[in-house]
Design a protein around this ligand. Sequence first.
Ligand code: SDX
Length: 428
Amino acid sequence: MSEIAKLSYQGNEYELPVTKGTENEEAIDISKLRGQSGLITLDPGFKNTGSTKSAITFLDGEEGILRYRGYNIEDLAEKSTFLEVSYLLIYGELPTEAEYKKFTKKITKHTLVHEDIKKILDGFPSVAHPMGVLSSLICSLTAFYPNSLDPNNSKEEINLSIVRLLAKLPTFAAWAFKNKVGHPVNYPDNGLDYCSNFLKMMFALPAEKFEPDPVISKALDKLLILHADHEQNCSTSTVRVVGSSQASIYASISAGVNALWGPLHGGANQSVIEMLEAIKDDGGDSKKWLDKAKDKNDPFRLMGFGHRVYKNFDPRAKIIKKAADEVLEKLGIDDPILDIAKELEMAALQDPYFVERKLYPNVDFYSGIIYRALGIPTDMFTVMFALGRLPGWIAQWKEMRENNEPIGRPRQVYVGATERSYVPMDNR
Ligand code: SDX
């Protein structure tokens, strides 16, 4: 028997069921509130509003816990691989060896993209931001695979679209980069693992032999795992809402890429590096920049700090910070902005403004430092985030469809002009 919440208003009392999740989170179910009372709720940014019940990812913002299908992120980052984590998120269980082999074999088979996609790519000027190219190429899959538009796609057809997305995104991402630097694109090398193939498509040059560095491939694989899902964040909510209209999975994922692009969300990893570079160029005075971040009259925010859910350390930031030290040491790179980042973190964590607001480093604070060490250019950082988040977006879209969730359509409180008559232009 579920608990009941009572709402009393203007002499009436309304009973609302309370739902409880497997981690004892409780939510007041208001799905019948308007019918009972004529009232709606208002919650800009949905800070206190749950949009769905999901079995994919669990976050505890106060404790700094992140689990994919019940497995702690620390374990998965240490022991798993990105494609195994992708399978776990999308299908709910860790794959057996046979399932994993079948899954990865299918992905390898679909890494090539239709040759006509190069014509679309060629239409983009080299100044195009790779995120805009990526979302466009993903949406172009609706043209090359029109049967994906059918809202009644079978499980097999949806699984084929899922494989195509996982297989082709690294190709699209690398091609977006090549378009930017004016180099010829590289075709996938199916003899390589997922990350090594991506790195080769990114960095191989016609006249040179390219051997992916296993240290870099492994570091990239870990970063992709850490970004793979994060419950109902901005871009995932976008994927679910777009998919709830029965738009295709390709259109939904393309929308997710665009939502991720914003500097307050996935675009923060690019903004963090730009911020750290600016601090370095400005003489490295962390205190000056912390004061700017605290100044309400200054639009500057400490990028890579703060989080809607985590009011403790983002567990991913801890893992990435440690990996940054390891990767830079292994690659023999001494990047001064890593020291600036650590200094900034230390200063912020002792500053009452950040402590009172429980602002800690988030996933984006250190990730850019590793991407940079891996040779990935700054405006490709958010593309890397999208590569990592893809299985999460897919898993959430699939869950929404399998649960036959209703089309997402929030209410509003109207605050505009009340009724008035039309006035002809010569009388205004
Ligand atoms: C991601 O949702 C997810 O799960 C996202 C993500 C994922 O994996 O999908 O984790 C990935 O998007 C991480 C976040 C990356 N963005 C940034 O690093 C940008 C900088 N951070 C902020 O803009 C901010 O912290 C947000 C957007 C992340 C969260 O904003 P909220 O939850 O809407 O919080 P808020 O803006 O209401 O801030 C609360 C207070 C405010 O001060 P007061 O009005 O109370 O005085 O904290 C302040 C804010 O001004 N604040 C900051 C700050 N973040 C919040 N002040 C200075 N610098 C900051 N970074």
